[in-house]
Design a protein around this ligand. Structure first.
Ligand code: B1M
Length: 234
């Protein structure tokens, strides 16, 4: 029997369970992540707390060892899958508002980039904040964004990039919107680990969002401003 088999997750206290989940995420153990997520929810943890303290923190540790060459792509993919298994349980809980959508957002990871965990989290938080979310997935060329905004007529456009080599593509998308004369029809939000405020401003976005919670708050604030301006013009 391995060490892993000997650990009964339900017998751990909250703090040890969260720590164990960091290890399980690191080891890409989806079933254990699902079990741990359910146990913490059952003990009264809110979905945001489980997300932040058990899953996102675990992924942060994975990121450090990936950077340092201790973990490689296959292991990180397993960790990402385990993270997604936990997120699948939290998604409906975070999205429970029952209210009419307060706006619509098209969101996707830019061309050349296949990272989607952060973008998925942003989508979940936006749903929770009352937005209808159209998720274009990963590796989106400018044409995919254009088609989606034409089809769905959103209020906001969100772009995610996790690589320093793909983040400049956000400017390609925004410049194309400008060329077509439709830039100001949308609130454009950008995010991703290598970005910052300055970059967001330089590419011409309306806002850079540091994390999923900030993305939801920013979307709500800018949406309220847009509605106010529209009502003043009417
Ligand atoms: Co990649 N990877 N990866 N990777 N990967 C990073 C990004 C890296 C920083 C790791 C490192 O070296 N420390 C590094 C980038 C270095 C750089 O560009 N300077 C890197 C690299 C190099 C690579 C490859 C090139 C590796 C290789 O092949 N040699 C390759 C590239 C593939 C490609 O995209 N073309 C690659 C591949 C992969 C995997 C496939 C193995 C996997 C992705 C699986 C998946 O997403 N389905 C992976 C992962 C998991 C990571 C790390 C470890 C974790 C990313 C993550 O999910 N974080 C990452 C290291 C790190 O970031 N610490 C790394 C958790 C997530 C919750 O945070 O995504 O930052 P984050 O999202 C946050 C905010 O940024 C913000 O809100 C989110 C939630 O709070 N946010 C937004 C994100 N998007 C937003 C959009 C918005 C608003 C806010 O719009 C409105």
């Amino acid at each position: 029997m391995s060490d892993q088999d000997e650990i009964i997750l339900s017998e751990l206290n909250d703090e040890d369970l969260a720590l164990q989940m960091h290890d399980d995420l690191y080891d890409g153990l989806s079933e254990e992540i699902v079990e741990g997520t359910n146990i913490l929810l059952g003990r009264g943890w809110g979905p945001s707390k489980v997300l932040d303290e058990a899953l996102v923190e675990g992924m942060r540790i994975v990121g450090i060892d990936f950077r340092d060459g201790i973990l490689f792509v296959p292991e990180v993919l397993l960790a990402a899958n385990a993270m997604k298994a936990g997120m699948a349980i939290l998604r409906p809980l975070l999205a429970e508002t029952g209210a009419e959508p307060i706006g619509k957002i098209v969101i996707g990871t830019v061309k050349g980039d296949i990272h989607d965990i952060g973008k998925n989290l942003v989508g979940m938080m936006l749903e929770g904040a009352g937005f209808e979310v159209i998720d274009l997935g990963i590796n989106n060329p400018v044409e995919a964004y254009l088609e989606a905004i034409e089809e769905h007529k959103p209020d906001l456009l969100g772009m995610s990039a996790l690589l320093t080599t793909t983040m400049p593509y956000m400017k390609v998308v925004i410049d194309t919107l400008k060329e077509k004369g439709i830039r100001d029809d949308y609130i454009v939000l950008v995010g991703g680990a290598p970005l910052n405020e300055e970059f967001g401003a330089a590419v011409g976005a309306d806002a850079y969002c540091r994390d999923a919670a900030v993305a939801a708050e920013t979307a709500q604030a800018l949406m309220a401003k847009k509605r106010l301006l529209a009502s003043e013009d009417a």
